[in-house]
Each structure stands twice: as structure tokens, then as C-alpha cells.
Design a binder for this molecule. Structure first.
Ligand code: ADP
Ligand code: S3P
Ligand code: MG
Length: 174
């Protein structure tokens, strides 16, 4: 029985936005993505917010969006990869939702994120090394908040969504 929102966490390219939509359709729940909500609220895209307000400004807005979504209806929520950086966000995720950590190897994260350039943190000469560095920093934080961990390597988004449903039901029936 799903009585709280489902939050997808994980690094850039894990598939939170893509799998989140499929998962919501499968569970017949609404879907929201913190990045999309933030862009709608500000009328600006994420690279622009990073340019003008810096990462700290983006994080403030991201926390506000998270708080708002936590208090709203029960739904599937795709988060931005850095949502776990702030302790307050981690507390909110655990308090208000079932948290799914979507995992993937550096290789696949690199491949998936190299298709577009809308992630300011990867606009560096060596994005692969940056992904490794980000994972080292955040992996313990994703694990700290996760109720369920799903490895998405070599799965299509549809297969990954099916795996999440299976694991989620397993975790809820315990
Ligand atoms: N399991 C997967 N297998 C193959 N490609 C994927 C998978 N999950 C996501 N993708 C692709 O990787 C890119 C990034 O996915 P996205 O959902 O935006 O990740 P996130 O929101 O976690 O950063 C998209 O082009 C998406 O289609
Ligand atoms: O990992 C991060 O710090 C970020 C991840 C992005 O979302 P995705 O994880 O959906 O790419 C987006 O919130 C922003 O570019 C910062
Ligand atoms: Mg996303």
C-alpha cells in the first residue's frame, strides 16, 4: 500500500526523471520532477540559475521546492542529483517518502549524461572524472536516505521501472 510519496534519488544520469515518469504511470500516481518545478517557478532554466545565483542559490530554491512537494499530494518525485547534499533535505526525504536510490556505473552515467549539456556541474574538461568525484562524495548520502536500492546498469528505463515496482512492494510488505 503506497501511502507516502516515492522519491527517486541518485546521481545525474541515473534515470530519475525518465524512470520516474514510467513508474508514476505504472503506479497510477502523478509525477513531479524537482528540477522541472524549479524551472517553472523561476521561469529560468537550471544552467541560467547556476550562472546567476551560483550553486548555493540553486540549492536554496531546490530545498524550497522539495519542502513544497513534501507537503503536497502523494506522488512519484524525481529529484535533482544533489538533493542529498543538505542534511535538512535528507531529513525531509526520509520523513515524507519512500526513497529509492537509482544506481548506475560511472561508465553508464557518463554515457547517459554526455547526450546533452544542460547539467552545469558537468561542464568541465573531464566530466568522467567529475562524475567519479561526485559519486565518492554522495554515494554514502544516497545510501543513508534510501529505503530501496536499484541497480539500473544494463536495464532499459522500462525494465528499471519494473524493478523499482517489484523492490518497492517487497520493501513495503516487510
Ligand atoms: N536505464 C536506462 N537505460 C538507458 N538510458 C537511460 C536509462 N535511464 C535513463 N536513460 C537516459 O539517460 C539520460 C538521462 O536520464 P535522466 O532520466 O535525465 O537522468 P537523471 O534525471 O537521473 O539525471 C536520458 O537520455 C535517458 O533517456
Ligand atoms: O547532481 C546535481 O547536483 C544536479 C543534478 C541535476 O539533476 P539530474 O540529477 O536530474 O540530472 C540538476 O538538479 C542540477 O544540474 C544539479
Ligand atoms: Mg533529472
Amino acid at each position: 500500500m503506497i501511502n507516502r510519496s516515492i522519491f527517486l534519488v541518485g546521481p545525474m544520469g541515473a534515470g530519475k526523471s525518465t524512470i520516474g515518469k514510467l513508474l508514476a504511470a505504472q503506479l497510477q500516481l502523478p509525477f513531479a520532477d524537482t528540477d522541472k518545478v524549479l524551472e517553472e517557478r523561476t521561469g529560468a532554466d537550471i544552467p541560467w540559475i547556476f550562472d546567476v545565483e551560483g550553486e548555493a542559490g540553486f540549492r536554496r530554491r531546490e530545498s524550497e521546492v522539495l519542502e513544497e512537494l513534501c507537503l503536497g499530494e502523494c506522488q512519484v518525485i524525481g529529484t535533482g542529483g544533489g538533493i542529498v547534499l543538505l542534511e535538512e533535505n535528507r531529513r525531509q526525504l526520509q520523513k515524507y517518502g519512500h526513497v529509492i536510490y537509482l544506481q548506475a556505473s560511472v561508465e553508464q552515467l557518463f554515457e547517459r549524461t554526455s547526450k546533452n549539456s544542460n547539467r552545469p556541474l558537468l561542464r568541465v574538461p573531464d566530466p568522467r572524472a567529475r562524475i567519479e568525484e561526485i559519486l565518492r562524495e554522495r554515494e554514502p548520502l544516497y545510501r543513508e536516505v534510501a529505503d530501496v536500492i536499484c541497480d539500473t546498469d544494463n536495464l532499459t528505463p522500462k525494465q528499471a521501472a519494473a524493478l523499482v515496482v517489484e523492490r518497492l512492494h517487497g520493501s513495503l510488505s516487510q
